[in-house]
Design a protein around this ligand. Structure first.
Ligand SMILES: [Zn+2]
Ligand SMILES: [Zn+2]
Length: 114
């Protein structure tokens, strides 16, 4: 084993990152291949992963149908079932404060599963 840190290209953001020699021995010890993602992308992936473990049973704020959301009721975030989301029964301008409407929660949950 060499004592030189190895330069890798992140598979996700294509940025360069370094794997230190001591990291290699660590990966060897726990029997996992060296990472293909840079530390920043790994951190983001971990966060996405964590979301899949905190799913809340909620009611759609429009039609009251049961839905699963990554936002708890306590979060105060308004959620919609898939059908209502694509309908025009609601107006984004009414709620724009706490919610990022470019990321429907269903898509966030799906992405986290990948
Ligand atoms: Zn990266
Ligand atoms: Zn609904």
């Amino acid at each position: 084993m060499s004592n030189i840190s190895e330069k890798r290209i992140c598979q996700n953001c294509k940025g360069e990152f370094l794997i230190e020699p001591e990291d290699f021995s660590f990966y060897e010890k726990i029997k996992v291949p060296p990472p293909t993602f840079c530390p920043e992308c790994r951190r983001q992936r971990r966060n996405a992963w964590r979301n899949t473990f905190s799913l809340y049973s909620r009611k759609c704020d429009l039609c009251n149908k049961s839905v699963v959301s990554i936002y708890s009721l306590d979060s105060g975030i308004i959620i919609y079932c898939n059908k209502c989301w694509w309908s025009d029964k609601w107006d984004p301008k009414n709620y724009g404060v706490n919610y990022d409407f470019s990321k429907p929660f269903f898509f966030t949950a799906q992405r986290a599963h990948e």
